[in-house]
Ligand binder design. Structure first.
Ligand SMILES: Cc1cc2nc3c(=O)[nH]c(=O)nc-3n(C[C@H](O)[C@H](O)[C@H](O)COP(=O)(O)OP(=O)(O)OC[C@H]3O[C@@H](n4cnc5c(N)ncnc54)[C@H](O)[C@@H]3O)c2cc1C
Length: 428
């Protein structure tokens, strides 16, 4: 008889959610996490869309260590000397079903793993699952160091690299055009300073994304999220483009931090954390095989993440995939059948949910970003030039708006603008 009904590899949001949901239904569950604690190895920019966790743990934000509820959205186009920003402030996101929160993973993931423990899971950290155990080809557990641990089913929630998923043949080695590299700094600032600088009240947060010069014109961008007493600031840039560039990510980060729009927001802050991580961005095109006999793949390990430029989403998909993987395993236990005939129900659940529906809706987004470099170079420059012409008064005879703007439009090309605009609304 197996030691456990299920072994979960990785105590990120996908793994801990799956573990919690299975344990709550009485399954025996072991979670292995290679970090010293859940959350220790996990990186996110900072914003969790709460809807999927709200369905599992209603009212979770009252208890969980969330930082601030996002009520203010900013999107900027930056050049080396200018910055155009759209700023949207609203109380319409107050409903828990559509609220989003800034989070620090070290605290948030530890809380969620604690919930799984309370529900009865064994959570062991640090513990690295080195390989899958097989008996006559069938997955029967994992080997962690000297220990052979057996289970009816193994859930791989081991993140974007998922070496175990690759070894099991469920997914291919990561292709450079399907991943971005992200780096992030956490800068401590007093609460009242954050409130004043970002125009927020206590508990209110801001999400700010930047395109253009922060990624040095490459596919990617910058981000800034406000926490209670810190801000997270960072960059996400295509690995494929970084590999061709002579500019290093830490140098880009320094330039971004020192830029005119950012510097005053961070002045007086204390850098308390630096991290870097890969982000799966291939969307539906990098979707792996999601299940096999006695094996499931979830969260980033399954590439369930989207970068749409104005928002990055992976955590709500990780939570939802954890829940659906757990539901599938519960059904498998009821049937006494952990073969792929039952476990493939996981993919159907994902297909019927927002997870694969959203990835399908935005299936052209990765290609759009990859093949529209103007988004990251020419358009920020165009915005800067347009606003310069609009606001510059230098004693030269003024010209009508049309005359000011038309040459700019011709510079990029009307056809290019129309083509890119059409592609953007179809992809994003
Ligand atoms: C810079 C950056 C910005 C982002 N911004 C956002 C954002 O604002 N909003 C959003 O929703 N998403 C964002 N994302 C994406 C989001 O962070 C991920 O989609 C999410 O963390 C995926 O959760 P997960 O549980 O699947 O994987 P992870 O959080 O990566 O967890 C995997 C876990 O598995 C463990 N592990 C790996 N291998 C083993 C092993 N062999 N044995 C034991 N344990 C193992 C790891 O230590 C880790 O704890 C961002 C990502 C990055 C990098």
């Amino acid at each position: 008889m197996a030691d456990y009904d299920a072994i979960v590899v990785g105590a990120g949001l996908a793994g801990s959610t799956a573990a919690y949901c299975m344990a709550k239904e009485g399954l025996s569950v072991l979670v292995l996490e290679r970090g010293n604690a859940a959350g220790a190895k996990n990186v996110t920019g900072g914003r969790l869309y709460g809807h999927s966790l709200e369905k599992i743990l209603p009212g979770f934000a009252d208890e969980a260590p969330v930082e601030r509820k996002v009520v203010r959205e900013r999107v900027s186009m930056m050049t080396d000397d200018s910055c155009f920003t759209a700023d949207f402030h609203s109380s319409r996101f107050n409903d828990p079903a559509s609220a989003s929160y800034t989070v620090l993973r070290a605290e948030f993931d530890a809380w969620l793993a604690g919930k799984a423990e309370e529900a009865g899971c064994d959570v062991v950290c640090p513990a690295v699952a080195d390989e899958l155990l097989r008996d006559n080809g069938k997955v029967v557990g994992v080997r962690a160091g000297e220990d052979d641990l057996t289970a009816e089913v193994v859930l791989l929630a081991d993140g974007v690299n998922s070496l175990l998923g690759q070894k099991a043949g469920l997914k291919k080695e990561l292709a450079a055009n399907f991943v971005a590299v992200g780096c992030k700094e956490v800068v401590e600032l007093p609460k009242n300073v954050i409130n004043d600088r970002f125009g927020l009240n206590d508990g209110e947060g801001m999400a700010h994304l930047f395109a253009g010069s922060p990624s040095n014109g490459m596919m990617g961008g910058g981000f800034l999220y406000t926490n209670k007493e810190s801000v997270c600031v960072g960059l996400v840039v295509s690995v494929e483009e970084m590999a061709k560039s002579s500019v290093r990510l830490p140098d880009m980060m320094e330039k971004f931090r020192e830029s005119a729009p950012l510097k005053p927001l961070l002045t007086g802050g204390k850098l308390v954390e630096y991290s870097a991580h890969l982000v799966p961005e291939g969307g539906l095109h990098m979707l792996p095989v999601l299940s096999a006999d006695n094996l499931l793949l979830l969260g980033d390990a399954a590439g369930l993440c989207m970068n749409l430029g104005y928002t990055v989403r992976g955590m709500d998909l990780a939570v939802a995939s954890g829940q659906m993987a757990a539901q599938t395993v519960i059904e498998a236990k009821e049937k006494g059948d952990y073969s792929n005939a039952t476990l493939s129900g996981y993919k159907k659940k994902l297909e019927n949910s927002f997870v694969l529906k959203d990835l399908h809706t935005h299936r052209n987004a990765p290609e759009f970003m990859e093949h529209t470099p103007r988004m990251f170079k020419e358009y920020p420059e165009l915005a800067a030039e347009a606003f310069t012409r609009l606001f510059k008064v230098d004693g030269e005879p003024s010209r009508l708006m049309l005359k000011k703007m038309l040459p700019l439009v011709f510079k990029v090309g009307i056809l290019n603008l129309a083509k890119d605009g059409f592609k953007a609304v179809r992809a994003l």
